[in-house]
Ligand binder design. Structure first.
Ligand SMILES: N[C@@H](CCC(=O)N[C@@H](CS)C(=O)NCC(=O)O)C(=O)O
Length: 215
């Protein structure tokens, strides 16, 4: 059985969990926080989460995990059948992670963890996000799912990352840049949140967030 390791505040952890739930794969969860402990580095090379434990060994990097699960468990496929459409789905995922989430992540220390981001960082991230969110609009349909009428791997990524980016930009810039760039975001979130998989991820995330805030 697959074991998912990490914690439910992480958008990358929740992405992987949503994939497992959507595909109907049996799994268990182990609470693991990122660290540079030798014991963790043996399981995840940079001490990051999420990673999974498989019958063959550990695997890190959420996108690699997603692809592994898709190949190992072909039921309930999360990619389109058509090869070009499949590539477009991967293009969108890469855009979301490299050009949007990784930039916004530089704000998270201030937004979620009581640290601070410099004015220079905030300005740089804002410039990047303005360009990248316009690019996202060119790649997406939001009707009702991100690539059209079928829920895909790109939704497992977008729903989680875009909510973090929305919260972070609202807090730092006083404007939710995701909502500003994507008028359909509210109805999109509703469409995803109609799914029992997303409801389970959101409920577990709320508990994990509340526990984090208590500390
Ligand atoms: N590219 C990685 C990103 C994972 C990641 O950044 N995880 C964060 C938690 S959301 C983490 O472990 N951070 C600790 C660190 O960067 O050392 C993936 O897709 O799994």
């Amino acid at each position: 059985m697959i074991k998912l390791c990490g914690f439910a505040v992480s958008n990358y952890y929740n992405k992987t969990k949503l994939v497992l739930l959507e595909k109907g794969i049996e799994f268990s969860e182990e609470f693991v926080v990122p660290s540079q402990d030798e014991s963790l580095l043996k399981r995840s090379p940079l001490g990051k989460i999420p990673f999974i434990e498989t019958e063959h060994g550990c695997l890190s990097e959420s996108q690699v995990i997603l692809e592994y699960l898709e190949e190992q468990y072909p039921n309930n496929p999360l990619y389109p059948v058509d090869i070009y459409e499949r590539a477009k789905c991967r293009e969108l995922i890469q855009h979301l992670e490299l050009n949007i989430e990784l930039h916004a992540r530089r704000l998270y220390k201030e937004v979620f963890f009581g640290g601070s981001a410099s004015d220079e960082t905030k300005a740089e991230v804002k410039d990047r996000l303005e360009i990248s969110l316009k690019g996202l609009v060119r790649l997406t349909k939001f009707s009702p799912f991100i690539l059209g009428d079928t829920f895909t791997a790109a939704d497992c990524v977008a729903w989680l990352h875009l909510s973090m980016v929305g919260i972070a930009t609202q807090k730092i810039y006083g404007v939710d840049m995701v909502a500003q760039a994507i008028p359909e975001i509210e109805s999109y979130n509703k469409a995803v949140e109609n799914r029992s998989s997303a409801q389970k991820v959101a409920a577990d995330r709320a508990i994990a967030m509340a526990n984090l805030m208590k500390k």
